[in-house]
Ligand binder design. Structure first.
Ligand code: SER
Length: 315
């Protein structure tokens, strides 16, 4: 039986991956680990919830022992925009947390470990159109630096200790359960929140900014598919390129206007424009599609329809 520990439980991905894992493996078998945020009553009652700072190895060790953990999803991370405001914190949380998890995974013979990488691993010297799996990785954000270092560290633990660690370079993820949380791709989430609240959004990147994006349902599906794949199928031990759809901020705004009557958008770039400009606009994720059958479902129009429906219901 799987005993799964998920760090970053209350973050954007954790709050949606955990219910999906619980549905599949049983509520009691998925241990949600948060740090500072307060979980909702619904989340707290749904299954085990614990608190730990992943920078503290003893706290993690105690949880692995208490629940006899054999699988870990280590989702904690300081995202790109917050990371530029506090690079030392981004390094500390993103690197030291991951190192602790990797060391404990070897010590406790964890069967499988997932850790998220990102399009932020790329940088301005990367080919930014149809970005290949193996390419130049010279990111210019601290978040991106921790993603490249983290990818290499994961691969090192696979080569040196045989640890079955798997990773994805997520594109921007669009979802409605948690409010936007400090990333550069957050405009593609905030536009729906503010669109419904105010009928207007001041977008912090230019209208012609194109980034790869994905709906949360697809991101959860990709994560579970990757983790279920037979080990022989996994040929990439840094992180797989992954994408669904690419669109400009203007195309996004036009699409939102089709789903929210009277919606308007202005484009007022701030410091996050520079980060967005350093990331690819389209990604070649054929390796993920070949190796373990990745296939996305949601295009922009389906994303907008679902976002608007759920945010309206959730008011
Ligand atoms: N969505 C993240 C960010 O914008 C990228 O991984 O920081």
């Amino acid at each position: 039986m799987e005993k799964i520990l998920v760090t970053g439980a209350l973050g954007q991905i954790g709050s949606e991956l955990i219910p999906a894992l619980r549905k599949k493996f049983g509520n009691e078998n998925v241990i949600a680990v948060g740090h500072r945020k307060e979980p909702s009553e619904e989340f707290k009652n749904a299954g085990p919830f614990e608190r730990a700072d992943t920078r503290n190895k003893d706290e993690l060790k105690a949880l692995i022992e208490k629940y006899n953990i054999d699988t870990i999803y280590h989702l904690v991370g300081v995202l790109s925009a917050v990371g530029e405001k506090n690079p030392d914190l981004a390094w500390d949380v993103n690197m030291n947390g991951l190192k602790n998890i990797l060391e404990l995974a070897v010590e406790y013979k964890i069967k499988r470990l997932f850790w998220p990488s990102s399009i932020a691993a790329f940088g301005p010297t990367t080919p930014l159109e149809n970005t290949p799996q193996k390419t130049i990785l010279e990111p210019t954000t601290m978040y991106g630096v921790t993603k490249v270092a983290g990818e290499l560290l994961c691969q090192y633990y696979f080569v040196k200790y045989g640890l079955d660690v798997r990773s994805l370079r997520y594109p921007g993820i669009i979802s409605w359960k948690t409010p936007p949380g400090g990333g550069t791709t957050d405009y593609a989430v905030a536009i729906y929140y503010e669109g419904l609240e105010k009928g207007h959004y001041d977008c912090f990147v230019r209208g012609n900014t194109v980034l790869p994006m994905m709906y949360m349902d697809d991101a959860v599906k990709a994560t579970m598919q990757l983790m279920e794949a037979e080990p022989e199928k996994i040929t990439i031990r840094t992180a797989y390129n992954l994408t669904a759809v690419s669109f400009s901020a203007k195309e996004l705004a036009d699409n939102v206007a089709e789903h929210i009557e009277g919606f308007t958008c202005t484009f007022i770039p701030d410091e996050r424009q520079k980060i967005a400009d350093s990331w690819p606009s389209t990604i070649d994720d054929s390796k993920a599609r070949e190796d373990w059958g990745w296939n996305h479902q949601f295009g922009l129009d389906e994303i907008s329809a679902d976002m608007v429906k759920n945010l309206k219901n959730n008011k």
